[in-house]
Write a protein that binds this ligand. Sequence first.
Ligand code: TIU
Length: 221
Amino acid sequence: MAVIDAKPFAYEFDPATTALIVIDMQRDFIEAGGFGASLGNDVTLLQAVVPATARLIAGFRAAGLPVIHTRECHRPDLSDCPPAKRTRGNPSLRIGDEGPMGRVLIAGEPGAEIVPDLAPAPGEYVVDKPGKGAFYATGLGDHLAGLGTRSLIFAGVTTEVCVQTTMREANDRGFACLLAEDATESYFPDFKAAAIEMIRAQGAIVGWTATTAQILEALDA
Ligand code: TIU
């Protein structure tokens, strides 16, 4: 067993049954002209966690452990996009509209791709998901069951939306979840801080948190 001096207490895991999940590090959330920007957000905040996320991915690859990537996106005919999601609020571009990176949040369009620095390696599992959580309406649960995964390390964006939703889904499915604090980001720094607090409150009610350096050190040990 490996151990991380995590918060709120030590996180013990068997690397052989651990996977990394990188949530939605897509151009649509991280670059100008995408879905995140269309909602009125400052996307430059999210770019800051690309290097730490890249180090985490490299560490898992070097250890021969699974790296799983998710992408929030919809079918071109929008058949998997509930109208309640598409019509929500007053964005400058709606899901499916043509933007500078192609149609917003549509599978196969440039904006839906993962940023080049974090591109999936050949053979790595990529989950296209219509919701904020990565288990809803995807094959992720079956894939993890096939791998025998028990522990999940999380990175990606945004902390309080797709990362937290997926961690909660995973926690309910019996996975021991740990979030890399410096490899996740929100458009709202206060929301990131609050999400991290609520994940690890009440004796790790949703999961643990630790730094990328701590995680990599534990993998090396
Ligand atoms: N808007 C926002 O903060 N996030 C999302 O819509 N999706 C993800 O978090 N991936």
